[in-house]
Ligand binder design. Sequence first.
Ligand SMILES: [Zn+2]
Ligand SMILES: [Zn+2]
Length: 191
Amino acid sequence: MSANEVPRKPDGKFYAVVLRRADFSHANVAVRGGIGGADLVPVPDFGEPCVCCDGDAAGRTQKVEMTSPGGHFHADPVDAPVCEACGDHAMERTGASLMAAAMLCVSIPLSLLGFFSYQMPAIGFGGLALTAVAFAWVARMHNARLAHTRGGHYPGLSLLVAPRQCVVRTPNRALAERVVARNAESVFRVR
Ligand SMILES: [Zn+2]
Ligand SMILES: [Zn+2]
């Protein structure tokens, strides 16, 4: 099996196609902060069909955010083909996921501090309430995606970037194969 072969996975599991520029090096990844710019990141070619249902996108596109997992680095959003029917669900809401994660980072320590350090249950309960909201939010995003993952729809495309690297995450195997075929020169690995 070659490194560029797309594995088979059960429905709903994500594929990740890692694209790297020829000048990628780990030293560059350590550089973070305001050095974004599309010229630094390999911009994936998604092909023509809809990234969610593989139907005819009829020239319609949607912007895909390009953010690093921690949100430290980002590049200009890129266009991906999305048909009319998939307009409301094709993309993973990276911003919302990151925000929910950030909420958890604050709310959990807050509850612990409130209950144990400050002996101030009000702060503790506030933190707990915030944690519950964040978990409910994550669960809702997850369920909304699963509800759409049927009948040949594979919502949840997202792009995670680092300087000179772009990871295309999608549960759509056909899309993963298109990305591999159309970006062959920059595919680093597929999983
Ligand atoms: Zn579609
Ligand atoms: Zn769809």
